[in-house]
Design a protein around this ligand. Structure first.
Ligand code: HEC
Ligand code: HEC
Ligand code: HEC
Ligand code: HEC
Ligand code: HEC
Ligand code: HEC
Length: 343
């Protein structure tokens, strides 16, 4: 046979073999063949972002243990004054329960707490506002970072607003005058009712802002509110008192170095020494004026407004306890002008 005929015959056989199964009824399927060899592994795709990495930056045992032991030795954690919360007016700032009540019931009269606990994690923290930290920023799950009304003014538009987590602090760390507003009577006098005259402990928020002193006229110009760089820095209280999340809440030297370079104490340019000396000078003048006793306790009585105002300033700066650091320009102006008024 010629090659052409062989090829035609093969083509016909192939066609018949192809058609046969469709004409004949299908038999049962045969057994599966053996598995083929595994193919070569494909190349790994690009890793997606791990959903919890951002969370674990804060939510891990190392961070939590360090924070818990720091907090435990802080005054907030020790809670020596928590018991003050058994008096309604003291409750909002001195205990966990009192503060939570205060924040949850804005404008309501404070209530006394029968078994008050110290200022703890859940006093300052609750839940995150959002988990979109990239766009919303870390909110640290703070209970509040809203602007805070200044207690010393009967005016809801007068607020402290550092626009960050330091607002948390000034709910409590602000002046709370325990005496009537400081205004002269018709004779230009003011009556100090008792030794508790002046602001309660903790006027730090007001001084940082540059308000809250009795601004006697004098040779030094008051610098104006919100003017000091310590207030302008984006973080205020927490910049210096919570450096890298420090929960001892103590001002740290490490926090100053970003702006002041390496320093070995807080007495930058001897400002604390200067403030200390001005405080001594003012106290002596107030002893001479009869408004302070030799132990520096306030003596009740009626005084010219300049004297009462100077007592108020002395007390405010004493209670602030930063010896000028919170607002060097404002604090020095208050002291210098008070001294001038008494001389
Ligand atoms: C910048 C630090 C930080 C980051 C980042 C962070 N958290 Fe938090 N988170 C906190 C703090 C602080 C608290 C409140 C204190 C606490 O409960 O330990 C808190 C509280 C919470 C709570 C409430 C716990 C409770 O008892 O109700 C949840 C839930 C939570 N975080 C989930 C997350 C998740 C999920 C992520 C990641 C998407 C995340 N957090 C990222 C700091 C952070
Ligand atoms: C607006 C908040 C606020 C209120 C209200 C308040 N305190 Fe205080 N108190 C503070 C702060 C903040 C401190 C700590 C200030 C500091 O360390 O400089 C403090 C400190 C004290 C201290 C000194 C603690 C120490 O270590 O020397 C005593 C005592 C005290 N308060 C008693 C009271 C009493 C009593 C009342 C109620 C009549 C009261 N406080 C109401 C915020 C408040
Ligand atoms: C007096 C209020 C207060 C108390 C009490 C407090 N915190 Fe905080 N915490 C803050 C503030 C404010 C910040 C945010 C600081 C900032 O903006 O840098 C913060 C930040 C944190 C962070 C993030 C830290 C970081 O390095 O990013 C963690 C975690 C945390 N707190 C856990 C706790 C735990 C746990 C406790 C209790 C042991 C606690 N906090 C008690 C106010 C508080
Ligand atoms: C719920 C009210 C409250 C809040 C919020 C609060 N504090 Fe306090 N803080 C107090 C009270 C009250 C004391 C005094 C406690 C005591 O002596 O028993 C105190 C004490 C302190 C002390 C120690 C003073 C000392 O004598 O050594 C520092 C520093 C401090 N707070 C800083 C801060 C900072 C910074 C924040 C914000 C992150 C903050 N506080 C938030 C009420 C508060
Ligand atoms: C520029 C840094 C800085 C800022 C901002 C700052 N502080 Fe201070 N603060 C200090 C220094 C420094 C001291 C003195 C500490 C010392 O002598 O040990 C101090 C003292 C204090 C004290 C007295 C107890 C202590 O630790 O000695 C309290 C309470 C306090 N500050 C709270 C606050 C609060 C609340 C804010 C925000 C309104 C604030 N501070 C803002 C640096 C700062
Ligand atoms: C965000 C930056 C910043 C941080 C953080 C900061 N400071 Fe300042 N501080 C300044 C600036 C800016 C001035 C103004 C300098 C001037 O007027 O010459 C200043 C002024 C001062 C002054 C007055 C100096 C003078 O000669 O009148 C003192 C005191 C001071 N700082 C202490 C501190 C201490 C203590 C810390 C840390 C606990 C601190 N500062 C943290 C920026 C900062």
């Amino acid at each position: 046979m010629k090659i052409r005929e062989i090829l035609r015959l093969l083509a016909i056989i192939a066609l018949v073999l192809f058609m046969l199964p469709s004409c004949v009824k299908e038999g049962p399927p045969g057994l599966d063949g053996a598995n083929g060899k595994d193919g070569v592994d494909g190349v790994d795709g690009q890793d997606g972002q791990d959903g919890i990495v951002s969370c674990v930056a804060c939510h891990n045992l190392t961070t939590r243990d360090a924070i818990t032991s720091a907090w435990a030795v802080s005054k907030h954690g020790i809670g020596a004054t928590a018991a003050r919360s058994s008096t309604a007016s003291c409750a909002p700032c001195h205990s966990h329960e009192g503060f939570v009540n205060f924040i949850n019931n804005p404008g309501a009269a404070p209530v006394a707490i029968s078994n008050p606990g110290s200022i703890s994690c859940a006093t300052c923290h609750t839940n995150h506002n959002s988990f979109d930290f990239e766009n919303d920023g870390a909110d640290y799950a703070l209970r509040t970072n809203a602007a805070v009304k200044m207690i010393m003014y009967d005016d809801p538009t007068k607020v402290l607003d550092f626009q960050n987590s330091s607002n948390m602090c000034v709910n409590c760390h602000q002046s709370r005058p325990v005496s009537p507003a400081l205004a002269p009577d018709a004779d230009g006098n003011y009556s100090i009712a008792n030794y508790r005259f002046g602001p309660h402990h903790g006027p730090q928020g007001n001084l940082l802002e540059g308000v809250g002193g009795y601004e006697l006229a004098g040779g030094v110009q008051y610098p104006g509110t919100k003017s000091h760089p310590h207030r302008k820095s984006t973080n205020a209280c927490v910049t210096c008192h919570m450096h890298e999340g420090d929960h001892t809440f103590k001002a740290s030297l490490a926090s100053c170095t970003d702006c002041h370079g390496t320093i070995d104490n807080f007495n930058v340019n001897s400002v604390q020494t200067e403030v200390h000396e001005l405080m001594e000078e003012l106290a002596e003048l107030l002893v001479t004026a009869g408004a302070l006793d030799a132990d520096r306790n306030i003596i009740a009585g009626t005084y010219p407004i300049e004297v009462a105002g100077a007592v108020y300033n002395w007390k405010t700066i004493e209670e602030d306890r930063s010896m000028g650091v919170h607002n060097p320009a404002y604090i020095k102006a208050l002291l210098t002008n008070s001294i001038e008024a008494l001389q």
